[in-house]
Design a binder for this molecule. Sequence first.
Ligand SMILES: [Zn+2]
Length: 91
Amino acid sequence: MLRCKQVSKALADKKYWELPLHQRIGLRLHVGLCVICGPFNRFVMLMQDAVRHYLQHEQSNPPPENMRLPPESKERMKANLHKVEREEEAQ
Ligand SMILES: [Zn+2]
């Protein structure tokens, strides 16, 4: 059986649907039974599912051109996110 720390790290490092089937089963089993991390990690998995459904919806129904961010805005946002990640890693 996985430990809480392993489950939380796996969910933080990757979207759980990208994990191999045997790891997803282990995560679901742990999260379903654990009274310590279960409620929080179930919520994390629910949010990951919501993101996955949103991305699928967006791919099949892309927004009109005038509703999209300009490419330079996307690049600026990505650069700022990477900067925040690097600052968090440095702490
Ligand atoms: Zn746990």
